[in-house]
Design a protein around this ligand. Structure first.
Ligand code: EPU
Length: 417
């Protein structure tokens, strides 16, 4: 466990390059099992969730090697279809391995992921989809046992465009006989990145980024070298850092079109946003203006993964803002922590009403989850005095060296192990 001390009164200024995307890297790492040849990934972030995924791949028999920016996963030696309980418990997205382990070994045995800090997070859509591909699934004693020696393509119509279920089905379908069509698929940019990776490995997938994805059967893929897309949520977090502190931050190596909905909000708050092909600059000055209404939704809607950070920024804006959280049912736990810092907000069911205050003050707060933790760092930078964030190791699940990045921008975050 680690506590972070955030020194208040900072104004973030400068340029940072954005890390590789966590939510693209995790399913791509799961996909390395499909190829049976070494795969080299560039720009794979050094974060806790990725390290856990790598340990799980090793426990299945894969060989993993990092050399500078290159991460090589060799799955030729993989031999186990049983996902380890403790490691998988720490990493919810180990559920992506169900599809690829099943495709590779014709069998998969995984612990049930259960709920987590931000909601119940059922996996019914993953399992129903795999059943459509002819897998037989038994849920017993907290484990999921899948058999799928004869996976066959099918039309799978998802009741909801779940990111994880779409990715899991893409992975399972790559080696299933015949053609699979996923309807009402999630359209997130990370799904497009997974498709690009799969195609680079010789699989036949198209349509990602639209609600219909088609996967044709390929018996075995091949190795590839692939660069993981930049992390749009991390980019957005530092841009919101500029906004809340009245600073001027440029994020390079970004894909501006993937954070459109945030850029609209930043402009509404009174920030100047400059967009180039691969960089984004946010200049803020004076007090932010409130934003009428924001509702989180699947892509291209406003991302739930930026809701807590936007919430923190709006906590100091002039006026009242409303945020509806439509994706996860328990993703407002940062609200009560921000109140300890002097913020004013009220949660009614899945809607937050935020009345901006002129000042926040330092306090002892808890990072209940990854993005909520990042929001508290932003609020701590803005506050008067020092903020101590308990359970801040949760932030390391998704942010690479956040303390160093903030130091580069002129802020101070000190880690206490
Ligand atoms: N859902 C179901 N049944 C299912 C699957 C999902 O009811 O079988 C529900 C979930 O409970 C949730 C909603 O559908 O209420 C959305 O879940 P989704 O499956 O789309 O999300 P996920 O795949 O579990 C990924 C990201 C999350 C991100 C969401 C939404 C990864 C590793 N995780 O989760 O990232 O919030 O999509 O965009 O890609 C984060 O990075 O902080 C994070 C939580």
């Amino acid at each position: 466990m680690s506590d972070w001390l955030v020194r208040g009164g900072a104004v973030l200024r400068g340029t940072v390059s954005v890390q590789g995307s966590k939510n693209a890297a995790l399913p791509i790492l799961a996909a390395t099992l499909l190829t049976e040849e070494p795969v080299t990934l560039l720009n794979c972030p050094r974060i806790r969730d990725v390290e856990n995924m790598l340990r799980i791949l090793e426990s299945l028999g894969c060989t993993v090697k990092r050399e500078g920016d290159a991460l090589t996963v060799d799955s030729r030696t993989a031999s186990s279809f049983v996902l380890p309980t403790a490691l998988s418990g720490e990493l919810r997205s180990s559920i992506f391995l169900l599809g690829s382990v099943l495709a590779r070994f014709g069998e998969a045995d995984a612990p049930y992921p259960g709920g987590c800090e931000i909601g119940n997070r059922p996996i019914d859509l993953h399992l129903a989809g795999l059943r459509r591909l002819n897998a037989s699934i038994e849920e017993r004693d907290g484990r999921i046992r899948c058999r799928g020696g004869n996976l066959s393509g099918a039309v799978v119509d998802l009741d909801y465009p779940s990111v994880g279920a779409t990715e899991n089905l893409m992975l399972a379908a790559c080696r299933a006989a015949g053609e699979t069509t996923i309807k009402n698929a999630a359209c997130e940019p990370e799904i497009v990145d997974l498709e690009k990776f799969l195609c680079a490995c010789g699989f036949r997938v198209h349509g990602a980024g639209t609600p219909t994805i088609v996967i044709e059967s390929v018996k075995r893929g091949h190795g590839a070298t692939f660069r993981i897309m930049p992390d749009r949520i991390v980019a957005g977090t530092y841009l919101l850092g500029a906004a809340i502190t009245g600073g001027d931050v440029t994020v390079t190596g970004a894909q501006p079109e993937t954070v459109d909905t945030l850029l609209y909000r930043l402009k509404e708050c009174g920030c100047i946003v400059t967009q180039r092909a691969e960089s984004l600059r946010v200049q803020a000055g004076g007090r932010l203006k409130s934003v009428g209404f924001t509702a989180t939704r699947p892509y291209p809607g406003f991302p739930t993964d930026l809701q807590p950070q936007l919430f923190a920024a709006l906590s100091t804006a002039d006026g009242t803002s409303v945020i509806a959280e439509n994706v996860f049912e328990n993703r407002f736990r940062h609200a009560q922590e921000l109140k300890k810092m002097g913020a004013e907000n009220r949660i009614v069911d899945r809607t937050a009403i935020i009345t901006g205050v002129k000042r926040l003050h330092g306090a002892q707060v808890v990072a209940h989850d990854l993005r909520g933790g990042a929001a508290l760092v932003l609020a701590g930078l803005k506050a008067e005095g020092e903020t101590r964030i308990l359970r801040a190791e949760r932030i390391e699940r998704g942010y690479e060296r956040m303390d160093s990045v903030i130091a580069q921008l002129g802020g101070t975050v000190t880690r206490k192990e």
